[in-house]
Design a protein around this ligand. Structure first.
Ligand SMILES: [Zn+2]
Length: 76
């Protein structure tokens, strides 16, 4: 059974592990309604809309109740 010839050094181990540590930028898009930057597949925090439906009442600061049945799409 083949075995490694040498012990993997501490530096080589940590360098290998550090190479997999990459932070990706969040996918930011602009709101089609108010053009404020918002996260993809998230409710716009500026106007409270997701698609063409108001999910969050921004003035009241709470979830809009007249949103209809699909309230599971609401993400704060
Ligand atoms: Zn918006």
């Amino acid at each position: 059974m083949p075995l490694p010839k040498r012990k993997t050094s501490h530096a080589r181990t940590t360098q290998r592990r550090a190479a997999n540590w990459k932070v990706s930028l969040p996918q930011v898009d602009s709101c089609p309604r108010c053009q404020a930057p918002k996260l993809n597949h998230h409710v716009c925090s500026a106007c409270g809309f997701y698609g063409n439906r108001m999910v969050i009442d921004v003035q009241a600061g709470k979830r809009a109740t007249d949103g209809g049945a699909g309230s599971d799409a609401a993400q704060e």
